[in-house]
Every structure is written in structure tokens, then in C-alpha cells.
Unconditional design. Structure first.
Length: 331
């Protein structure tokens, strides 16, 4: 099996279920978006959520994907930066416990925290204090970090540092890796469209996007976006929510239905788990259709729980579902 390394903001997710979206308005956080916040806003969030039940887990888009891959017993690694505080220790301890090879640089800044608000409908909104994770820079990277891997997965949330992204992709290419980019969030794409376009055209092999991100990039709907983006890279995946997902490689186009779920509890990590399932399928040499079906299974499971830390029982169920998909296709 090919090995996958991810790079992204090393964050600790602190999730809270909210009764209404009023708190989002009070904090000036657009519903469904990811907004970078300062220490003052972080303090306001902690004040407003004081006394409520909070759920803590490792976070950051790429870290979620790598942890999900580890849950499928894939060989994975992660590059990021943390503080020397308790949150940083929690992040590092959790990844190592899951068997993930870590290249975690450290600094004296507080570790990054993503305050995640889960609305009654399951939609999630992030107020992200990057802290130490934002201190990761181009000079921290070396080619040795990428050697021994076949795929490099990077989250679009890192695009605030152009030098870091370009350096990472250059080193990954030099080491012979295929580069996978997740577009992260529609507002990130809107702010960095030209830079996204340069990266996809010059470096990226596989693009992951949802409908809103694809529209922010192309100004078009899912099907048309699929065609446009596929002209610039090898594989394009566009997630279309309740309609499932679209995948295109060359002239091959696949449409896959979503995994049936009883109730959406929290959409945090849905796209991250989808990417994990797809990359897992690729490393196993499965067809695009199988890759997308595995993706749908993982995404379907994570949206039925709060946060992204699934129990061992859930992972066993996921593996059984994957096996059923593979057997059905084999027949």
C-alpha cells in the first residue's frame, strides 16, 4: 500500500452544539464558514460557551483526513506546528497513539484551536485561532519529510502563506509524490482564486471540492466545474451533499450516491473523511467508483456523530461496509 503524508494546520477542535444560530451572529461568524479569529474573539467564544458541554478532538482539515486514513490502517504521516502547551501535547499524543508518523515542529506560541459551532441542522461553523499552526513556514520544510511517501495531501486553509504552499509542493514533486489539494472553504477560494488556479495548473494532481468551493473557483455548477477543473489536473472530485459526488479522470466520469444515514448530527469532517476514503481506495488500487463509494461510507459515518473521533466499533462497521462494496463489485 502506498503511503500518504498530509500537511495542514495542527488544531484542536473544541466543539459545541448550539440551540440556535444567534450566537453565530453575535460573534460575526457566517454560518457554514471558516473564519480566522484573534485572541479577543477566542476569549468571547469561551465566555459565551462557559458551562456548556464541550467536546475536544484533534482537528484541522488535513489532520482529520490523515487520522481517518489511520483508522483504515493506512500508512500515513503528518507535518504541522504546535505549541508546547497542553493542547499541543494533546494533539501530538493523539496522533502518535493512532500510529501516525509525525513531523511536528514546536514553538512558544499557544497551539491552534478551532472553536466549532454545530447548528441544529448539523451545519458547522468554525472560528479558528491558528496560534502556533500559523508559524509553520517554508524554511521549516525539507525534502526528507516527503521521502518514502507516494501522495501528499494538503488543505486549502494553508493558502494564507503562499511561500509555504509552493515550497511544500515543490519538495513533494521532487520526491516523486502525487499532490492532492482540498479547496477547504468557499470564502478561502474566493479570496485566493488566482493562486488556487496557479497551483492546480502547475502542481496539483487531484482536487477535492464541494459545490460552493467549485462555484467560487469556476463560477459554474458541479457538472460544468468538473469539466473545467479536470482540464487542469488528473482527477477531480466534487462533493454534492445529498446528491452524492462526481468524479472525473480523463474521459471517465463517475456519479456516486451518498451513504444512507438516519440522522445528520454534525457535518464536521465530512469532506475530510471523504478525501480519506478516496485516497485509501487509490492506495489500494481500486477503481474510481470504488474509491468514491468508500468515501461516501466514511463521510456518512462521521456526520452521524459529534466531532471526528469515531469509536473502534464504528471503524469495524466501516470496514465491513467497505468489504461489502468490494465484494459486490467483484461479483
Amino acid at each position: 500500500m502506498d503511503k500518504i503524508i498530509g500537511m495542514g494546520n495542527a488544531l484542536v477542535d473544541v466543539l459545541v452544539l448550539i440551540d440556535s444560530d444567534e450566537v453565530l451572529n453575535d460573534l460575526n461568524l457566517p454560518k457554514g464558514s471558516m473564519q480566522l479569529i484573534d485572541e479577543d474573539t477566542l476569549f468571547n467564544i469561551r465566555t459565551k460557551t462557559a458551562g456548556q458541554k464541550l467536546h475536544r478532538a484533534t482537528g484541522g482539515a488535513a489532520a482529520n483526513t490523515i487520522c481517518a486514513l489511520a483508522g483504515l490502517d493506512a500508512e500515513v504521516g503528518f507535518i504541522g506546528k504546535i505549541g508546547t502547551d497542553e493542547f499541543g501535547q494533546f494533539f501530538e499524543r493523539t496522533l502518535r497513539k493512532r500510529g501516525i508518523e509525525t513531523s511536528l515542529l514546536k514553538c512558544d506560541c499557544p497551539s491552534g484551536v478551532a472553536s466549532t459551532f454545530v447548528s441544529p441542522c448539523g451545519e458547522r461553523t468554525f472560528g479558528t485561532y491558528l496560534g502556533a499552526s500559523a508559524k509553520l513556514c517554508a524554511d521549516d520544510l525539507s525534502r526528507s519529510m516527503f521521502e518514502g511517501y507516494s501522495y501528499f495531501y494538503i488543505e486549502g486553509y494553508l493558502l494564507q502563506d503562499h511561500d509555504l504552499i509552493v515550497r511544500a509542493m515543490q519538495l513533494a514533486k521532487e520526491a516523486g509524490l502525487q499532490i492532492c489539494l482540498d479547496m477547504a472553504s468557499y470564502n478561502v477560494v474566493e479570496a485566493e482564486r488566482e493562486f488556487f488556479d496557479m497551483l492546480i495548473t502547475k502542481y496539483v494532481d487531484i482536487v477535492f471540492a464541494n459545490e460552493s468551493e467549485a462555484r467560487a473557483y469556476t463560477g459554474k455548477g458541479p457538472e460544468e466545474s468538473l469539466q473545467e477543473i479536470s482540464s487542469k489536473c488528473s482527477i477531480v472530485v466534487i462533493k454534492t451533499g445529498k446528491s452524492g459526488s462526481l468524479v472525473k479522470k480523463g474521459t471517465e466520469v463517475i456519479r456516486v450516491n451518498p451513504f444512507p444515514v438516519k440522522k445528520v448530527v454534525d457535518t464536521t469532517g465530512a469532506g475530510d473523511f471523504y478525501a480519506a476514503g478516496f485516497l485509501y481506495g487509490l492506495t489500494c488500487g481500486y477503481s474510481l467508483e470504488k474509491c468514491a463509494q468508500i468515501s461516501s461510507i466514511l463521510a456518512g459515518y462521521v456526520i452521524q456523530t459529534v466531532g471526528t473521533a469515531l469509536t473502534k466499533k464504528k471503524w469495524n462497521e466501516i470496514k465491513l461496509n467497505i468489504e461489502s462494496v468490494l465484494q459486490a463489485r467483484a461479483e
